[in-house]
Design a protein around this ligand. Structure first.
Ligand SMILES: Nc1ncnc2c1ncn2[C@@H]1O[C@H](COP(=O)(O)OP(=O)(O)OP(=O)(O)O)[C@@H](O)[C@H]1O
Length: 246
């Protein structure tokens, strides 16, 4: 990938990273997370992540990959508690003095936030794809990061859960002033649920800003090679209507 200037991403807002297959979205996310070699300077709330150890970096800025790691035969609740301990093992929060009940409650709260407390005792390797994605998100938020990098966090979710998760992410992002960047393919969700969008095309961010100003028919033609209209419903919701491919 060529040099890319991404951001600044504003605390308290959700930015959707968009672009066609192979445009560099995952590569950019992985570079921001420090998982691919990069000379980029990445800062979060004034701290230079690129100068930190991967452990300190991960404690501040959590990256959820597109393909989740192989699930282990461990109850969901235990997996969440283990994730919190991993975060506390960094230098941000002391592990000692944290009562066990508090840790368990935080993990349960996180599952409840995503509407899946009933999965607490189910084994990770017995979850459906969508359930695993929800648990992954609950695990990410239970670690109390300042930044969230989510690569296609809605890819395995049904329509209800796609919107529910976006609403949760928006609420948590506002409440905790998180910097949230997520890769999306659904332009209608980006139009109606993201605060800003950034569009990658052939390894470069070619447009960024409020979704409705960025996602114009001209941009959709150039980037996605579709002939499309951006229409507005009676109640003000925007949607992309595709007439054909070009
Ligand atoms: N480890 C790697 N080594 C070499 N090339 C890679 C590597 N990872 C990705 N690429 C290439 O970089 C380009 C961008 O890939 P990337 O996964 O970032 O795209 P993407 O925008 O996330 O695509 P998609 O929407 O299909 O997930 C692709 O051409 C891909 O083949």
């Amino acid at each position: 990938m060529q040099d890319v200037t991404a951001g600044p991403f504003t605390p308290g807002t959700v930015c959707a990273l968009l672009g066609p297959n192979g445009s560099g979205k995952s590569t950019l996310m992985r570079a921001m997370a420090g998982l691919v070699p990069s000379s980029a300077c990445v800062t979060l709330n004034g701290a230079e992540l690129s100068r930190m150890s991967l452990q300190d970096r991960t404690a501040r800025c959590l990256y959820l990959p597109q393909a989740l790691p192989a699930a282990v035969h461990l109850p969901v609740l235990e997996a969440l508690i283990a994730a919190r301990h991993t975060a506390h093992a960094g230098r941000l929060a002391p592990a000692s003095g944290t009562p066990q009940e508090e840790t368990i409650q935080a993990a349960l709260d996180s599952l409840t936030l995503f509407g899946i407390p009933h999965l607490a005792m189910q084994a990770m390797d017995e979850l459906s794809g969508g359930q695993r994605q929800l648990v992954g998100l609950a695990q990410a938020l239970s670690r109390k990061p300042q930044g969230l990098l989510l690569d296609e966090p809605l890819s395995a979710l049904d329509l209800h859960h796609q919107f529910a998760v976006m609403d949760i992410l928006r609420r948590e992002t506002t409440a905790h002033q998180l910097v949230t960047v997520l890769v999306l393919h659904d332009l209608n969700i980006a139009l109606n649920r993201a605060d800003t969008v950034a569009v990658l095309h052939a390894g470069q961010i070619i447009a960024s800003g409020p979704p409705a100003s960025v996602l114009t028919p001209d941009l959709l033609r150039e980037v996605y090679r579709v002939q499309a209209r951006v229409e507005e419903s009676a109640d003000g919701r925007k949607f992309v209507s595709v007439d054909g491919i070009v």
